[in-house]
Design a protein around this ligand. Sequence first.
Ligand code: DGY
Length: 328
Amino acid sequence: MKPKVYVTRLLPKDAMDRILLNCDAKVWEGELPPQRDVLLENVADVEGLVSLLTDKVDAELMDRAPKLKVVSNYAVGFDNIDVKEATKRGIIVGNTPDVLTDTTADFAFTLIMSAARRVAEGDRFVRAGKWKTWGPQLLLGQDVHGATLGIIGLGRIGAAVARRAKGFDMKILYFDVIRQQKYEQELGIEYAKLGRVLAESDFITIHANLTPETHHLIGPKEFDKMKKTAILVNTARGPLVDNMALYEALRDGKILYAGLDVTEPEPLAADHPLLKLDNVIIAPHIASASVVTRTNMGLIAADNLIAGLKGELGPAPVNPEALHNKQQ
Ligand code: DGY
């Protein structure tokens, strides 16, 4: 008998094949996430759950899933999961780090470049039939090369963005709650307090985890500290930035531009004020969305799931101590 699992969305084929080979899997095939009541109903008798960042895995869900051994999140971020609660109950949580680091950093740099050089505006301009001739003042942007980049949160992805920025001769400052001397040496970058990073950077890119402490890390006070020519990029989690404060900063010229892959909420309502501005590029949370990376994320998620079902740790456990709790 294969163990019963619930998978909250269709993953890339190789990952699904691996899951189906090893588990008795029920798969939610909808385009939108399963509704809360559907999710709760379907975890009732499963030992494993493959969740997405759109699924809230909290104490209520765990109460409804008495046999649950493992939650395998198809994402590196796991702010959708109450890990403390899972650990207490001996439920192993897995995520998908490393395989998406470079793909996500590529996209953060895509947003830096696209915002600096007004690529989306240019495209809208051409499509609207407004392109009449080459113009000396047409769609002037900012130089990326030689500018100062401020990285907020210097983990794997922040460091990968720094590596790219070195190729553009950027001066790099970073802020993190933990000083990352390893990366300072490897990348020749400088630690600074958040206020200095905000004040001195031409580009600010966010790579912090979302926790209760980092919620709205960037709000009205932080925008006041930034240069009027600053460009803010967020590929981490939407609620790290106070979106209404961002809207006002962009509208009032407190900063120049923003490039967002994540927003609060997701998706933004069609009439959200940010969508009325020209000086923001918004992508639908696709920083890790390359064919290869999404498959690799799926394979890690499958392996985390399969190991957890056997009471073992997979390739990327978030709370290895859960195993210990289980054994007691
Ligand atoms: C993650 O993995 O946390 C991203 O937001 C989606 O790839």
